[in-house]
Design a protein around this ligand. Sequence first.
Ligand SMILES: C[S@@+](CC[C@H](N)C(=O)[O-])C[C@H]1O[C@@H](n2cnc3c(N)ncnc32)[C@H](O)[C@@H]1O
Length: 236
Amino acid sequence: MIRKVLTRLGKEFFWTKGDLHTNYGVVKEKDLEQCTNSVKSHEDKEFVVFDAGFIDQFNKINRGPAVMIPKDIGIILAYSGVGKDSFVLDAGTGCGVAASFLARLVRKVVTYEVNQDFFNIARKNFEFLEIKNVEQKLADVYEGIPEKGLDLIVLDLPEPWKALNHAHNSLKSGCFLVAYLPTITQVGKLVSESSGFLHFKTVEVLEREWYVEGVKVRPKSQMIGHTGFLVFLRKI
Ligand SMILES: C[S@@+](CC[C@H](N)C(=O)[O-])C[C@H]1O[C@@H](n2cnc3c(N)ncnc32)[C@H](O)[C@@H]1O
């Protein structure tokens, strides 16, 4: 059993077994196993308890290279329209963040990674998250894509234009290739070399979180700065 334990002030703990020792007192193992809602520590401090969900476990995975973040992953899922029958290719795997979110929604993800260390980190992360519909390949996606009939290709690597021909042969007509690129010069090069695709749109997603406490309700003064541009190309 994996449970998430929270104080009312938002301090978070991840519990699997044994007594939980915190700055707010010790919470007994049997209380954590049995409670459905909240428990108290030996210092009479209250903790909210629930079973850890995917997102709680996801926050515990091991990190490798830069990862795609939720604001960018969400828009790929929404605009591409992938669903439970979709077959998706993802490259590079990195530590498997984009592949994990995709795998939660689609039938199958095949993910390519050239770096053995990152491949191994991702393998452990898929195991930890109990994701079984991801096939990992230690391979260079620029060299070829034997899979056919793909519903979506996501490329999060420096030179996606090198994979355009293979991607075109492997995607179904009308389906999307999405490239995640940090610089606008890369976007220009990719789109200028993307014959055989329609440039559907290029977007940058800005997420601004708000501070909410009583009547003090305002945007937080800091926000995530630039992450990447998302280029949506549609196979014709
Ligand atoms: C920015 S990371 C990808 C992060 C990943 N999308 C995620 O959300 O966790 C880029 C990855 O692409 C891999 N890579 C670079 N060129 C590649 C290629 N030609 N084929 C496969 N993987 C490649 C790198 O080793 C690196 O792990």
